[in-house]
Design a protein around this ligand. Structure first.
Ligand code: NAD
Length: 380
């Protein structure tokens, strides 16, 4: 079985789907690996290192695509790549199936089996394949570094001959994967950290990282399955904002990471709250591409509001391409090991990892949410 690694060409994407270390593991398992030339260059993996690991470098994209049984990418395939796909091939990557239903419809029409890394379930069985989490953790770490670099202050407490500097105050809103890593990173940099999440179950995790959990008592059920949150009522949102306003007012840095899957990001920081913050303070809103947790957020831009800089970075994992590619490649290795036994592909649709992740197969769209999104499109 041949596995092809396509070079990422989206602007700003520096990750690669497989790194040489993972290539050598797959080669040992009897698989043949083709890598598009320079695929690893932006993440500092030279073609020669893939060759040493047992891969074949292919200069022509069309040849790589034609010869491969499984095509790996980080992002979704581009139109011109999809044109080259053939029926029966498998493509795996972050396909954004709910955001790009037209792409999924095309892949189904071409008879391609599409596996979307966003759809890996958040279960302990699938943890080693959970690329959304491996990448979100990088985003949480980097969000704090971005904030620290922009903050016109120190983060740690410093006692110097010129006086004592108190630690910076960091508030993290949403303590899921990215939020917990942001808390840990801010603590390592010496900041005083407070955090809030609507799921009360995360209180202990927040506290174990040395942060204070902000108590907001909500009279409703806030927890969905798989470690995700439910959307809360307007009244509950108002109540949370009233409690949070006092903490945000005192913060030097606010990192927001709140999301409810499939929904627009909840607005947690209003303009009125920002107006109360000290000038020079920093907000990093990781949910910018889902509409933002903060009023005034513009995804991919820095916005100054009442003297506070709101930064909403896009694709932070791509800014750390070595480790981001390493983690993503390990997630893919574990998925491939799950799919391929003794060199043979086994697509067992009774298995929830495969049934959740596989969005198209044999011409059909398999996921109901994707089907609903496609139903909204103009027929082709
Ligand atoms: P996650 O689901 O693990 O965590 C989100 C947390 O938000 C959950 O713990 C949930 O309980 C909490 N939450 C939901 N609604 C809330 C509310 N109203 N109040 C308080 N908490 C609430 O998600 P994640 O994987 O950590 O990702 C977090 C965000 O970061 C997402 O929007 C994701 O798209 C984004 N992200 C951005 C980048 C980037 O580069 N910009 C990279 C990766 C992830």
């Amino acid at each position: 079985m041949k596995i092809g690694v396509i070079k990422e060409i989206e602007f700003g994407e520096r990750r690669v789907a497989l790194i040489p270390e993972v290539v050598s593991r797959l080669v040992k398992n009897g698989l043949e690996i083709l890598v598009e030339s320079h695929a690893g260059e932006a993440s500092y993996f030279a073609d020669s290192t893939y060759v040493e690991a047992g891969a074949t470098i292919v200069t022509d994209k069309a040849t790589l695509i034609t010869e491969s049984d499984i095509l790996l990418k980080v992002g979704a395939p581009r139109e011109e790549e999809v044109d080259m796909f053939r029926s029966g091939q498998i493509t795996i990557g972050f396909l954004n199936p709910l955001g790009r239903p037209e792409l999924i419809r095309r892949l189904a029409n071409q008879g391609v089996t599409a596996m979307s890394m966003e759809m890996i379930p958040r279960s302990s069985r699938a943890q080693s394949m959970d690329a959304l989490s491996s990448q979100a953790s990088i985003a949480g770490y980097k969000a704090v570094l971005v904030a620290a670099a922009a903050l016109p202050k120190y983060l740690p407490m410093l006692t110097t001959a010129a006086g004592t500097i108190p630690p910076a105050k960091v508030v993290v809103l949403g303590a899921g994967v990215a939020g917990l890593q942001a808390i840990a990173t801010a603590r390592r940099l010496g900041a005083q950290v407070e955090a809030y999440d609507i799921r009360p179950a995360v209180r202990e995790e927040v506290q174990s990282l040395g942060a204070k959990f902000i108590d907001v008592i909500l009279q409703e059920d806030t927890t969905a399955s798989g470690g995700y949150a439910k959307e809360i009522s307007e009244a509950a949102k108002q109540h949370a904002q009233t409690v949070l306003a006092k903490h945000i007012k005192e913060a030097d840095i606010v990192i927001t990471t709140a999301q409810v899957p499939g929904r627009k990001a909840p607005v947690m920081v209003t303009e009125a709250m920002i107006a109360q913050m000290r000038r020079g303070s920093i907000i990093v809103d990781l949910a910018g591409e889902q509409g933002g947790n903060c009023e005034g957020t513009v995804a991919g831009r820095d916005v100054i509001s009442h003297g506070v800089t709101i930064i909403s970075p896009i694709n932070l994992p791509a800014s750390m391409p070595i480790h981001a590619s390493q983690k993503y490649a390990k997630n893919l290795l574990n998925l491939l090991n799950h799919l391929i036994k003794k060199g043979e592909l086994h697509l067992d649709f009774e298995d929830d990892i495969i049934s959740s992740t596989c969005v198209t197969h044999a011409g059909a769209i398999l996921n109901q949410r994707v089907k609903d999104a496609i139903a909204q499109l103009v027929p082709n």
